[in-house]
Every structure is written in structure tokens, then in C-alpha cells.
Write a protein that binds this ligand. Structure first.
Ligand SMILES: [Zn+2]
Length: 404
């Protein structure tokens, strides 16, 4: 069915950003249409421009949206929201000066989430994820990537990948979910080393899931004392053979050459990048791999942020995601994170909005959304406010409303 919205205070088309492949953006690349109108059907955008220029044939369908701003749909391209329990006590302990090692010794950290997730039923995990998804959506975030990775054994990881697949079916098309397989999130203590866990669990389960067509990408925690470059190569090669996309947790705690590995395997994204080297930056700048920044995690842990300016000025395609998870960033509001981070990351509004729409969609391989241009998919976020700047200027206030 055709729809035509008119009198929008602003339509943030990101046409300029789209033409520049989301790189080296200036504020003009927001390509804002004032007093805008848009026509679309279920599958694509048909027309966009000033309300006064709306073609005659669409004029009978119009609905006035005065006082609203339309943007490409916000995409959270990195979350870990299928988990049980919480780590509120650990957070309080950390603030009192208890070290991460001490927390781990007490059975806290990811081990606690792993234990609680394994004890939870499929229905409990599904229901708690639904509550999180609805809250994320309430801020205007309509595409959400969800990673498995707290089962850390064959059966539970299998179950969690199927839970994410069920979530995807339940919410489509209103909310679009992307299913990422992250069994290689940590190495369980019962395995001698990362290679044996990969060989006995991660790869065989990938081979079981692949023909079911439930997962969209694999991911791996490439880090000292977790998974090394050889592990990444093994997983990525197998994923590539099976026709499954690749993502990587890269260069977060140490510079490990993760960004270069990501671009070599044409990964959709390399995420975190707090410690990325100049070589890593130029590798990403010359590739299609999106550099995903997760500033909420650095904030929550009291760490310096990733070198956003160096990545942006070097020509990388940069996305911003929440990393919503029970331990290092328990925040469901990407828009809040991006608002707070913009001054710290020294990014302009075009870089911010491309980072959470156009480039975040590219980090999931969704190249037909993220800009409001005829022919692109009709996935939008709508805000009841006078201009784009008001949204992040009033950081933490929720202006999102559902489309009519
Ligand atoms: Zn993560």
C-alpha cells in the first residue's frame, strides 16, 4: 500500500553520505530536506522532496507530519541481549575498587552470565530478550544485531542461536533482527586451549547451523588469552566456505592485528578498536569492513575511547553501536550513547547519524537501507521534535514515535 507523508520539518536523507560510501563526511552530507514529503510502499521509497513539489498523483494519499523529523532507521549493529541474570553487584564492587581478577576469582564476570544463562530455560531467555528488544525499539532503533555467546557449550549455543532465529521471526518486519553466532566469545575452563574448543564445539556447531539458514554471521573474540589469529583464520575460512558473513571483536584490550585480519577476510565489521594501530586504520580505510565503535563500553569501564578521528580522517567507514550486554555496557539506548559520545569522539552530526544508520546497516551487510533515496528500503525512524539537532542536544530524552 502506498503511503505519503508531508510537512515533515526535516527529512534527513543522508544522500551525500550515501554517495560518499559513508566516508570522510561533512555536515552537508546529512542532505536535509526542510518541509519534506516522502512516498513509499512496503518494499521501497518511491519519491522524496519538498512538500510543495509532491507530484499530483500522490496528493490524495497525504498525511501531514508537521513537527516531526524523519531519519533513516537507527540500527544497533552490536548487542549481546540473550542472557539471564544481571551483574549489578559486580558493577557496584568494581566502583568500590575490586579488581576484575578478584571478581573473576569470586565466580563473577562472564562466568556468572554463562552459568545463569545455562540454568535458564529457552522460554525464559526468549521472554527476557523480548523485553529488551521492545525497550530498544521504543527509542526508534528498528534493526538490531544479536549475538549468541553466553552458552559456551554445544547444546546451549545451539539453543541460543535458535532463540535469536525465533526472535527474528516474531518481530519481522516491524523490527529487523540479525543473528550473529558468537560461540567463540570465551574459552570455557573445561577445554585445554582455544584451538580445542574451536575444533570440538565452535566449528562443528557452525556446520550444524549453516544448513538451517538461521545465522547471518559468525563473530569471534580475538584477544590475548582468548582466541588468536590462527583461530580467527580457521573460523573465518570455514564461514567463508559455508557462505556466512564474518564479524570480529578486534584490538580492544591489546593491538593484535585484528583490523587487518578483518579486512583480509572481508569481514562486515571490526568492532571495539580501542588499541587499533596506524596499520590497522589504513587496512580498514582501504576495505569495505566497517569500523564499529562501542563508546558505551569504554564509558562504563572508565577507559579512553577508540581513536575515532584517526579512523574517520583516514577514510574508514565508521559505525557506532551499543554493545548492550550484562557486564561491560548495560545500556539499551544507542541514541543516548551516541549523543554523549559525539563530543568525546569529536564527530560531526553527519558522522554521528551515518554511524548509527547508514554505516551501522553496512556493518550488517544491509546495503539497501540507511539513506532516504528512491529505490532504498523504507526503514525509517520518526521523532516528534523540530530539528535533527534537538534529538541529540536533548541527550537521553526520547522523541521517538511510531510511523502512522
Ligand atoms: Zn561485544
Amino acid at each position: 500500500m502506498l503511503k505519503a507523508l508531508t510537512d515533515l520539518n526535516e527529512i534527513v536523507t543522508l544522500k551525500g553520505a550515501h554517495q560518499k560510501d559513508g566516508r570522510r563526511l561533512t555536515s552537508e552530507d546529512l542532505s536535509i530536506i526542510k518541509d519534506g514529503a516522502i512516498v513509499y510502499d512496503e518494499t521501497k521509497i518511491l519519491w522524496v522532496g519538498e512538500t510543495s513539489r509532491l507530484p499530483e498523483q500522490y496528493r490524495t494519499l497525504t498525511q501531514s507530519m508537521k513537527g516531526h523529523v524523519l531519519t533513516p532507521e537507527i540500527v544497533d549493529s552490536h548487542t549481546h541481549i540473550v542472557f539471564a541474570g544481571d551483574r549489578a553487584q559486580e558493577y557496584a564492587d568494581r566502583l568500590s575498587g575490586v579488581s576484575y581478577e578478584e571478581i573473576a576469582k569470586r565466580g563473577g564476570g562472564i562466568l556468572l552470565t554463562m552459568k545463569q544463562t545455562n540454568e535458564a530455560t529457552r522460554e525464559e531467555l526468549f521472554q527476557s530478550a523480548c523485553e529488551r528488544i521492545e525497550r530498544i525499539y521504543s527509542y526508534g532503533i528498528g534493526t538490531i544485531e544479536i549475538k549468541s555467546g553466553y552458552g559456551l557449550n554445544f547444546d546451549k549455543e545451539y539453543e541460543v542461536s535458535l532463540i535469536i532465529s525465533d526472535l527474528k521471526k516474531k518481530y519481522a518486519p516491524r523490527i529487523q533482527i540479525f543473528n550473529t553466532y558468537l560461540a567463540a566469545h570465551d574459552v570455557p575452563k573445561s577445554f585445554e586451549n582455544s584451538a580445542s574448543y574451536l575444533k570440538e564445539v565452535v566449528i562443528p556447531l557452525l556446520e550444524k547451523l549453516a544448513p538451517l539458514k538461521v545465522i547471518d554471521a559468525v563473530d569471534i573474540f580475538h584477544e590475548k588469552n582468548y582466541f588468536d589469529a590462527q583461530d580467527v583464520e580457521l573460523l573465518f575460512s570455514r564461514a567463508k566456505e559455508l557462505g556466512i558473513e564474518r564479524k570480529i571483536h578486534a584490538d580492544e584490550l591489546n593491538e593484535n592485528g585484528g583490523a587487518a585480519l578483518a579486512s583480509r577476510f572481508e569481514a562486515l565489521s571490526a568492532d571495539h578498536l580501542l588499541k587499533i594501530s596506524p596499520e590497522g586504520i589504513s587496512a580498514l580505510a582501504q576495505s569495505k569492513t566497517v569500523a564499529s565503535l562501542l563508546p558505551g563500553t569504554a564509558f562504563f569501564l572508565g577507559k579512553p575511547l577508540a581513536p575515532a578521528r584517526a579512523l574517520l580522517d583516514g577514510g574508514a567507514k565508521v559505525a557506532i553501536a551499543s554493545d548492550y550486554n550484562p557486564g561491560s555496557c548495560h545500556c539499551d539506548n544507542l541514541l543516548l550513547i551516541a549523543s554523549v559520545a559525539s563530543a568525546q569522539l569529536k564527530i560531526n552530526q553527519a558522522e554521528l547519524w551515518s554511524g548509527i544508520t547508514l554505516n551501522a546497516a553496512a556493518a550488517l551487510g544491509l546495503l539497501k537501507q540507511g539513506a532516504i533515496i528512491p529505490g532504498m528500503r523504507p526503514r525509517f525512524s520518526l521523532f516528534k521534535t523540530e530539528s535533527l539537532s534537538h534529538i541529540t542536544y536533548n541527550w537521553g530524552r526520547n522523541f521517538s514515535v511510531t510511523l502512522p
